[in-house]
Design a protein around this ligand. Structure first.
Ligand code: PMP
Length: 390
């Protein structure tokens, strides 16, 4: 073969991975069944097994989102893919998206919408709280947006939004309701149809305890109608009209859009099966029980809850303020390196000041034993940092 190579192959050393317990805001540790699923045989489009896995995932997702809708599938990509897909499929240039902001994810949604020429209006509440009807109704009445974007569980603030009234309010003003459930699905009650949610996405690496890279998404009948009649074309890769055919949402198409990742399909199926086997009420109750246990133990330590009202606290992720003089980034680094427990420092509104930690007890890690391990590691880190004035 002719042609001189100008780049040599790199020398790559072994990459040892130290086992750690993953208790940040994600990713979480896998279920053992997910580990096994990741090495199952390659699935290839057009075989019966591929189509069975597609159908199994969709059937589980209908249960997990609690929807009778047909337009339910999983996007190739992490949670941001779902965020971008709900926005660009449902709103076109010149339409208005009202964004209920209290953390970093609403900022991301705003940034994405702007890139599509969508008009954005942001309304905010303090990051340690959530929205009530009086915060949103005047905005919906005045702006009459095409849609409202809101985050159910906010991993940057550790808050959970009561959504039971939001869908009805949106319907009153003709707005679609778009919801981020990346860190809440499986860990806290979510009822898509009963709460009149029009578009929802989640992620596989949080309370589902699977690998990142495949993101469930669902649309209501109303949203589906908008997608069918819209005037704009979203990017090809995000086009739900085409993806609905790939995912056989209407039972009559086995269309090729792009190559799905077989390990991620197997893994998502396995993590959804874990949740279906446990059942939603049992999983919600387990996450709540473990959160209460963790919070009780935290209340015996010299730390404070970032979210003062227990009603606003997200069951899957707790935000904690360290005492004066401690640095959250150094604290988390010490825990990960010395004690092999991963938690994370604040993000978005909880980053300034450098004293907020975020602890996730989700999916396979939502158990008292792991919560106790985190408490012990935090107590040891507090003493070590006090001693060394880190
Ligand atoms: N929304 C929320 C609430 C999240 O916690 C995250 C990830 N931490 C995202 C969206 C984005 O997900 P991903 O990193 O998988 O793209």
């Amino acid at each position: 073969m002719s042609g001189e190579l100008t780049v040599s192959p790199p020398l790559i050393d072994e990459c040892e991975v130290v086992p750690r317990t993953l208790c940040g805001p994600g990713p979480s540790d896998y279920w053992p069944s997910v580990v096994e699923a990741l090495t199952r045989p390659v699935l290839t489009f057009s075989t019966d097994e591929y189509f069975k896995v597609v159908d199994d995932i969709r059937n589980c997702l209908k249960y997990v989102f609690q929807t009778q809708s047909d337009l339910v599938l999983a996007m190739s990509g992490a949670g941001h893919t779902g965020m971008e897909a709900v926005i660009c499929n449902l709103l076109g240039p010149g339409e208005t998206l009202l964004i209920a902001g209290r953390g970093i994810w609403d900022d991301r949604a705003c940034e994405m919408a702007k890139r599509y020429g969508i008009k954005t209006v942001v309304t905010k509440v303090p990051p340690h709280t959530t929205f009530v009807e009086q915060d949103l109704e005047p905005m919906l009445r005045r702006i009459r947006p095409a849609a409202l974007f809101i985050t159910h569980g906010d991993s940057s603030t550790g808050t959970i939004q009561d959504l039971s009234w939001v869908g009805k309010l949106c319907q009153k003003y003709g707005a679609l309701l778009l919801v981020d459930t990346v860190v809440s699905i499986g860990g806290a009650p979510f009822l898509m149809d009963a709460w009149a949610v029009d578009a929802v996405y989640t992620s596989s690496q949080k309370a589902l305890s699977g690998p990142a890279g495949i993101s469930p998404i669902a649309f209501s009948k109303l949203a589906e109608r908008k997608i069918q009649t819209r005037k704009h074309d979203p990017p090809f890769y995000f086009d739900i009209k085409m993806l609905s055919k790939q995912w056989n949402c209407y039972g009559d198409t086995r269309f090729y859009h792009h190559t799905m990742s077989p390990p991620l399909m197997w893994a998502l199926r396995a993590s959804l099966m874990e949740l279906c086997k446990e059942t939603l009420p049992a999983s919600w109750a387990r996450h709540r029980r473990v959160m209460l246990h963790f919070h009780k133990r935290l209340s015996e330590m010299p730390v404070q809850f970032y979210v003062p009202d227990p009603m606003h606290r997200l069951p899957t992720i707790t935000t904690i303020s360290l005492p004066e003089g401690y640095d959250a980034v150094k604290f988390a680094k010490y825990m990960a390196n010395e004690l092999k427990v991963v938690i994370m420092a604040g993000l978005g509104p909880t980053a300034p000041g450098g004293r907020v930690l975020r602890v996730g007890l989700m999916g396979a890690n939502a158990c008292e034993e792991v919560a106790d391990r985190v408490v012990q590691a935090m107590a040891d880190t507090l003493s070590a940092m006090r001693r060394s004035k880190l």
